[in-house]
Design a protein around this ligand. Structure first.
Ligand code: SF4
Ligand code: SF4
Length: 263
């Protein structure tokens, strides 16, 4: 079964409750932020801010239209990030969540280069930086709970459920909406299909969604590009093995310290 989320941009009121819930559940620290154009704040995602609400305003038929786009990991059906992770830290789980094992990650940043949505973020402030990203609250889903953002959204803009059912619902809302929505379910085909789906009342270029993304599965492209760099891939692989050994040793030391032992 593939779970997913249907994000209805006509329902988002830009309250950012989902942002706060995400930080709270995942124990992510607060960061200094600033207000950008159109009041977007924070202006971009980071290793500690996994979802943002991007405000976009535009003139449509002489009217100012504002949309709020909840952006984050799309949980691709064929994730490019997973396909390039040389230590297997990123995995698409059987329930559709694309997770990252922080302890396995060596911070090579291949996933950052491969992701068509710019999702994995680097811990620039850490001595040994690794990548962080949304996991669709995998730890909540396996306990029968919704992701924190979906559970918190007061306007029902984020709906969690089985992807097939959400896709059916998205098409039904478009068909019965009397022109309320544009006729496109974003994520049905983008990047080969994603578990996170969007419907929108305004053309997608008036939202923060990436309208340039291919509709083909991305892992094929990324490996074609990687094969052009055999020497680089080889050196990174060697470096990675060293970093893996270092990460393992560090985890052992941390565990020993927590347990009060000495190594
Ligand atoms: S959106 Fe990016 S990080 Fe998320 S699953 Fe797809 S490729 Fe991976
Ligand atoms: S909680 Fe819901 S309404 Fe509020 S910003 Fe997030 S998606 Fe929009």
């Amino acid at each position: 079964m593939t779970y997913g989320m249907l994000i209805d941009l006509s329902k988002c009121i830009g309250c950012r409750a989902c942002q706060v819930a995400c930080k709270q559940w995942n124990d992510l620290p607060a960061e200094e932020t600033s207000v950008g154009p159109d009041f977007t704040n924070p202006q971009r995602r980071s290793a500690y801010t996994w979802t943002t609400i991007d405000f976009v305003t535009a003139e449509v038929n002489g009217r100012t239209v504002a949309t709020f786009t909840k952006s984050g990991c799309m949980h691709c059906l064929e994730p490019a990030c997973e396909s390039v992770c040389i230590v297997g830290a990123i995995q698409r789980q059987e329930n559709g969540a694309v997770t990252i094992d922080h302890d396995k990650c060596i911070g090579c940043r291949y996933c950052q280069l491969a992701c068509p949505f710019g999702v994995p973020k680097y811990e620039y402030d850490q001595v040994v930086p690794r990548m962080r990203k949304c996991t669709m609250c995998y730890d909540r889903i396996v306990e029968g709970l919704e992701p924190a953002c979906a559970a918190t959204c007061p306007s029902g803009a984020i709906q969690f459920g089985e992807r097939d059912e959400l896709l059916r619902l998205a098409k039904q809302r478009i068909a019965e909406g009397n022109g309320r929505y544009i006729d496109h379910v974003y994520g049905e085909h983008e990047a080969g299909g994603t578990a996170v789906l969007y419907i929108s009342p305004v053309p997608l270029d008036l939202t923060a969604l990436n309208t340039d993304v291919t509709t083909e599965s991305v892992p094929g492209f990324t490996w074609k590009a990687m094969r052009q760099l055999p020497a680089l891939v080889g050196s990174v692989a060697v470096l990675s093995l060293g970093l893996m050994a270092y990460s393992k040793r560090r985890a052992e030391l941390e565990a020993a310290q927590k347990g009060g032992g000495a190594q």
